[in-house]
Design a binder for this molecule. Structure first.
Ligand code: ARG
Length: 570
């Protein structure tokens, strides 16, 4: 296609025909229109010229021009089977390693110490993990980083509060540290005093200084707070099957030693300037309503470094020390200005080479089932664990109903995988920028676009293959005319690599979810129309087995990218 375009229209060097699956034919090109515009030609004329130049070989069976400048393409049946054969013979399913050689940092999850992980952290955690898995599957070197909120004034407040309430201070009692629930309550109690009692607020600020200058007693309590919180976060990561461990910890505190240097580099370069006692970066591109500049504060008036300074140190470290050529920040949309300012300052400072891509990847909000902001009955934030428990209970009821014979232990294991899968899938199948409602009944339903439906589809496919007396490695007979249901399934399987490429470009995992849902539906239609194991002709059976096996591998690969367990039975 590209060669034909080049012959028909020598500009540009690397034209993109944008060949996509289509309802009008097997494929349609979307790329001729923009090319014609660029070349100052009539789109239809260019389409005709491209078609004239096309070499049909044994790949194309029919090529037609559709107005205003599309090319509709039908491929030969043999070509359809050949790609099934090739993908099956390839352990990478024909995906290749298009991201090989690139290093991507994925900054995700990043909860705050001494607070429970709540529903607000769900999207960053599961979308970030899916993108990390996807890039890794395509050959990228992925550096996962959990930018834990483990530093800052709130620790002065917490530690000071503990100091003034010796009855609460487990350290002083020589006890083990309390659970995250206790910390969460402690945080709220301390915050209430901090916001109303200015003397306490002052003492808390002094405590921050003690922490930052390494006062041993203060640091010991801080360490304990971090450790306790991490235990709770890790338990959630394990349960979610999220690939974050202590090894990926790159909390705010770890950049503390770099802050002074980063800030002085900005001052020397004339990028950070003094304003009202603080050090700020100004940039004409970031202004408020009345055109007044919005500063990025790198050092506060009291001399303390804040969130922005930490992110500047972080971005420099990622580009210069970790050698990242792409950095993704999975953080909610409210921090969009912050990241634009940080990225712009880092570029001005020359820390990011021209080829380094930095992207804030924002996402919509998780709402309650009623469509309102998610709150507990008392108005508090909803802890993530309680949501996961609710989904697992819902999944258990659905699975037990479907398969009452399951032994209790197996039911528990399946319910856990299905409930967690349901939560992740509900999140990942929603377009990234869109809000969605957390509705347990809907997300664990056996029918519809749910994780449970996909897991169930996988078990059905796996069970066909288990029952095959001849195994799953069938020879593909490329000369057999495919049934229409075989043909669309095969073409959909062929589309997988394109969908993954688009997902990387847009950083939108819901594209994978939509693809897998379509795959499950097409497989179901295929299975209804085309008996596999009972097909009389062995060549027909072979081709159907091959399609079944490729469908299973593709579905399981896609679920793995979404971080959802592909179950063998349910
Ligand atoms: N802990 C922060 C929060 O909860 C998110 C950190 C995101 N990452 C970053 N590099 N700033 O808002």
């Amino acid at each position: 296609m590209v060669a034909a375009i080049r012959r028909a229209c020598p500009q540009p060097e690397q034209p993109d025909a944008m060949v996509r699956r289509s309802d009008h034919a097997d494929f349609q090109t979307n790329g001729i229109l923009p090319l014609a515009k660029q070349a100052g030609q009539q789109p239809r004329d260019l389409a005709v010229a491209v078609v004239d130049q096309l070499d049909h070989g044994d790949l194309l069976s029919e090529v037609t021009v559709a107005s205003p400048g599309f090319v509709n393409i039908t491929v030969t049946d043999a070509a359809v089977w050949r790609q099934v054969e090739q993908r099956l013979a390839d352990s990478l399913l024909g995906l290749g390693q298009p991201e090989a050689g690139s290093t991507t940092v994925v900054d995700y999850s990043a909860p705050n110490v001494a607070k429970q992980m709540h529903v607000g952290h769900l999207r960053s955690t599961v979308i970030g993990d899916a993108l990390a898995r996807l890039l890794e599957a395509l050959g990228a070197t992925v550096i996962r980083q959990n930018h834990l909120g483990d530093w800052g004034t709130q620790f002065g407040m917490l530690i000071q509060y503990l100091d003034e309430h010796p009855d609460l201070d487990w350290h002083r009692r020589g006890d083990h540290s309390p659970g995250i629930d206790t910390l969460d309550a402690l945080y709220r109690a301390a915050r209430a005093v901090f916001d109303t009692d200015t003397d306490f607020a002052d003492r808390s600020r002094k405590r921050v200084v003690a922490l930052q200058s390494g006062d041993a007693a203060t640091v010991a309590v801080w360490r304990d707070l971090v450790r306790t919180s991490m235990e709770a976060f890790n338990a959630i990561y394990r349960r979610l099957g999220v690939s974050l461990t202590d090894e990926h910890l790159a909390g705010e505190s770890s950049y503390n030693p770099l802050l002074a240097d980063v800030v002085s580099a900005l001052v020397e370069a004339g990028i950070a300037v003094e304003s009202d006692g603080a050090l700020c970066v100004f940039d004409d591109r970031f202004t408020g309503h009345e055109g007044q500049p919005i500063p990025l504060i790198v050092r506060k008036r009291d001399g303390g470094f804040g969130y922005a300074a930490t992110d500047l140190a972080t971005i420099r470290h990622r580009a210069q020390d970790l050698g990242a050529d792409r950095v993704l920040y999975l953080v909610d949309a409210r921090q969009s200005l912050h990241f634009r300012q940080v990225f712009a300052a880092a570029r001005r400072a020359g820390w990011l080479g021209d080829d380094v891509e930095v992207r804030h990847v924002p996402f919509g909000t998780v709402l309650g089932a009623d469509g309102k902001p998610f709150k507990t009955r008392s108005g508090g934030t909803v802890a993530l664990t309680s949501l996961l428990d609710a989904a697992v209970d819902g999944a258990r009821a659905v699975v037990a109903d479907k398969n009452p014979e399951l032994p209790a232990a197996e039911l528990d294991a399946i319910a856990e995988a299905a409930g967690i899968g349901a939560v992740k899938y509900a999140d990942l199948s929603t377009a990234r920028g869109t809000d969605y409602r957390f509705n347990v009944d809907k997300m664990v339903a056996l029918n519809g676009n749910t994780g449970v439906y996909l897991q169930y589809a996988h078990t059905r496919i796996a069970s066909i293959l288990r029952k095959s007396p001849t195994g799953t490695h069938a020879a593909v007979h490329v000369d057999l005319p495919p049934h229409p249901a075989e043909r669309v399934l095969a073409l959909h399987l062929d589309d997988y690599s394109r969908v993954l490429a688009d997902t990387v470009e847009q950083l939108e995992p819901h594209r994978v979810a939509t693809y897998l849902f379509e795959l499950a539906k097409l497989f179901s239609a295929f299975y209804e129309n085309c008996p596999v194991l009972s097909a009389a002709d062995s060549a027909v059976r072979g081709n159907r087995l091959a399609l079944t096996e490729l469908a299973r591998r593709t579905l399981s690969h896609g679920l793995c990218i979404l971080g959802i367990t592909a179950l063998e039975r349910m």
